[in-house]
Design a protein around this ligand. Sequence first.
Ligand code: SAM
Length: 321
Amino acid sequence: MITSERFVAAALAFDHEGSPSQAALARGIAGDPAALAVVDRAEEARRQPVLVLAVCRWLGAPSGPWSALRPWLLARSDEVVAELGRRLTQTNDVRRCAPLSIALARVPGPVALLEVGASAGLCLGVDRYGYRAGDRAWGDPSSPVQLVVDVDAGVDAAPLPDGTLPEVVWRAGLDLDPVDVRDGDQVAWLETLLPPERGDRHELLTRAVALARTAPPRLVAADAVDGLAGLAAEAPDGATLVVVSTGTLVYLPGRRRQAFVDEVGRLGARWISYERRDLLTDVIADVPPGVPAEDAFAALALDGRAIGVGDAHGTRLHLVS
Ligand SMILES: C[S@@+](CC[C@H](N)C(=O)[O-])C[C@H]1O[C@@H](n2cnc3c(N)ncnc32)[C@H](O)[C@@H]1O
């Protein structure tokens, strides 16, 4: 996809996720040959609109409209291109803990939790957060991180969790590029990548990071397939090993995805996934009648069997079993 098309597509996505300022800037860049020429000086993989706009903010770009960003971008183009070469898009969406918690509640504890693609490890704190859907509440009601999730359920769906989640006695994550919650610069970059006007998401991240800092998770810089058995070997005896993947397997090439699924099976681990619905050949999740496509973006599965579908962030779920 050529760069201008990437920015046009990103503008639609920004609008969709409630970030009109980002959408306007993306449209500005998409229609401006001089700005596109700056972006095209970066490596192809770094020409992502989210990354470009985050790098501008990181370097102190004016927060105003495109007419304010444009002269800044053209004047600071060398710096922007250099920073694009140093930075990667990195996210850690705590909201995905809601679907994760629903699947986790179906696993008898004690649990050893191992997340692949853990980023800052914030989803490893799944049992340390509180959840509410309608009149149902589970997790930790006194946690500073409280998530509200919109759930509807088909006739065959099991009831939502009620009360506490299984005890997590060990937790660790693998990531090619882990984020250390104790490192202010790394956390600031994670925050810079969030849409600026989504104060709710900034606050959630701040709260989850503060909680994670009280007991930072063990994170290992390694590949999801190659590092899995080594890290799993550290899990304590007597705990059920639960491997978790949320929004990560899409980054693995197709054959590596299957290698990951095979490796989880070889370890005899339970497996919770919240991944793009059509990504894994073994996870069959049809779109239930009446559920809009964007609310069936992801499939929630336990041991490869679909429990439900949901939006990309885990805020709207439809349970099927
Ligand atoms: C979109 S983030 C999702 C993070 C977290 N699971 C969440 O849901 O918020 C994907 C993560 O996968 C990591 N990643 C990508 N390819 C990987 C691989 N082959 N092995 C391990 N981690 C990988 C990235 O560094 C990134 O932190």
